[in-house]
Design a protein around this ligand. Structure first.
Ligand SMILES: NC(=O)N[C@@H](CC(=O)O)C(=O)O
Ligand SMILES: [Zn+2]
Ligand SMILES: [Zn+2]
Length: 459
């Protein structure tokens, strides 16, 4: 039984009721939600009288705020074990809570690599202890991410961590036979392979998108075809085997066409796009500022347009952050020796508001689908609310979609500051995050570490 106090949310607009693109969020009716014992126990429209606060209950005034089921990031680098100078499970999940996330899937490129039952169980336990978000470890596809033989996929799937998502992210599973065997294996327990689609031979030494600009800047190019050819191959393999394939961080217009074709052909394929690929372009490389160095690289304006349209068309299924923290030393060097990657948990929702909601490419209901429901489905996440309704687990986020502010270092709650959005005017604000019925973010302020750990233990 939970010893956490109950919460009454008053007057929230439910994202699920905002199904029309471009609709003002205030057009949905204000709803009260009562949370007790980690579950939504009552829901009443204010027009039907709403709910009265009870003694000892925490009241959250949500007038003007939009409520979504807790955000789920299928692609987060938490860096622990091994790279704690960049991020830890605790600091990364604090960043997640600040961004409205209640679950993160933790990528496998740690040290030691998440390629055994022991390591994935350890990462999951660190998440449970911290309490800021549910941490679902991703298992490596190949031992040590070396691309030579399969990791202990079965042992990780059967472990307490119950791993369902496998990825060598950061590296591509290049050997087609290994990829085939991995797909066959995960099919037996309804798992999925999340591929970092990058042909290593076509991208040796690559530093930025290949094109006229890379020649002009004298930086080795990363051609679109290196991504598209792997997606096409994997889609054919997944179709042949009848297994699930997920494509990480889609970045080119051509990749969209390959995924569109694969879906039309009946392949069980899903695709993600990062917030940064929905807004930033290769032009930023002109600054030689390594903050803009990321894998896959920032592409061209027409790619950005195609990615937004693919979200609108449903060819792209989800938004995933690819939160990739790196210490200052790794990002304050020359472009060609700097690390690839950007942090993204705290800026994901504002960028989605800017590029999708305000541009009319998605409704709030669709946004909830892309940032919460669908990633949970792909990752076979258990205990995630299907909707904000009575009987559902109380994992949710309240967002203020109005206004804007300059995104600053104070908005970054993790250990690293390598955000490409620092200094940009970003819309909206994540107001409150509730995980398993307790607050992790309270009116924009993170609830302190001890309180959250205790609430998590009691939940
Ligand atoms: N995205 C990146 O540029 N870097 C990621 C790896 C990855 O997602 O491929 C990292 O681990 O730093
Ligand atoms: Zn990757
Ligand atoms: Zn990644």
């Amino acid at each position: 039984m939970s010893s956490n106090p109950g919460i009454l949310i008053r007057g929230a607009r439910l994202a699920a009721q905002l199904t029309e693109r471009g609709a003002d969020h205030l057009s949905a009716e204000p709803v009260d939600l009562r949370i007790d014992n980690g579950v939504i126990v009552e829901r009443a429209a204010q027009s039907a009288g709403g709910l009265e606060p009870r003694d000892g209950e925490r009241v959250v005034e949500a007038d003007g705020l939009v409520a979504l089921t807790g955000l789920v990031d299928l692609h987060t680098h938490l860096r622990e074990p091994g790279f704690e100078q960049s991020e830890t499970v605790l600091t990364g999940t604090r960043a997640a809570a600040a961004g409205g996330f209640t679950t993160v899937f933790a990528m496998a490129n740690t040290s030691p690599v998440q390629d055994t039952a022991g390591v994935v169980e350890q990462v999951q336990a660190l998440g449970d202890d911290a309490g800021y978000a549910t941490v679902r470890p991703i298992g490596a596809v190949t031992a040590g991410l070396a691309g030579e033989r399969l990791s202990e996929i079965g042992a990780m799937a059967q472990s307490r961590a119950g791993v369902r998502v496998f990825s060598d992210d950061g590296k591509c599973v290049h050997d087609p036979l290994l990829m085939r065997r991995a797909l066959e294996y995960v099919k037996t327990f309804d798992g999925v392979i999340a591929q970092h689609a990058q042909d290593p031979r076509l991208t040796e030494g690559a530093q930025m998108n290949e094109g006229q600009l890379s020649s002009e800047l004298g930086l080795a190019g990363w051609p679109a075809v290196a991504e598209e050819s792997i997606i096409a191959r994997d889609a054919l393999l997944a179709g042949h085997i009848g297994a699930r394939l997920h494509v990480c961080h889609l970045s080119t217009a051509g990749s969209v066409e390959v995924v569109r074709w694969a879906k039309a052909s009946g392949v069980q394929i899903t695709a993600e796009v990062t917030p940064h690929h929905l807004i930033l372009t290769e032009e930023l490389a002109r600054s030689y500022d390594p903050r803009y160095k990321v894998n896959p690289p920032l592409r061209r304006e027409d790619d950005v347009r195609a990615l937004r349209q693919a979200v609108a068309d449903g060819v792209i299924d989800i938004i995933a952050t690819d939160h990739a923290p790196h210490p200052t030393e790794a990002k304050e060097s020359e472009w060609d020796v700097a690390a690839f990657g950007m942090v993204g948990l705290e800026s994901a929702l504002p960028i989605a508001l800017l590029t999708l909601i305000r541009e009319g490419h998605a409704s709030w209901a669709e946004l909830e689908r892309m940032l919460s429901q669908k990633p949970a489905e792909i990752g076979r996440l258990e205990g995630h609310p299907a909707e904000l309704a009575v009987g559902q687990p109380a994992d949710l986020v309240l967002v203020d979609p109005t206004g804007s502010s300059a995104f600053g270092v104070d908005d970054l709650r993790g250990r690293s500051t390598n955000s490409p959005f620092l200094g940009m005017e970003l819309p909206g604000r994540v107001h409150t995050t509730i995980r398993r019925g307790y607050l992790t973010l309270d009116d924009g302020r993170l609830v302190d570490t001890e309180t959250v750990a205790a609430a998590g233990a009691a939940a």
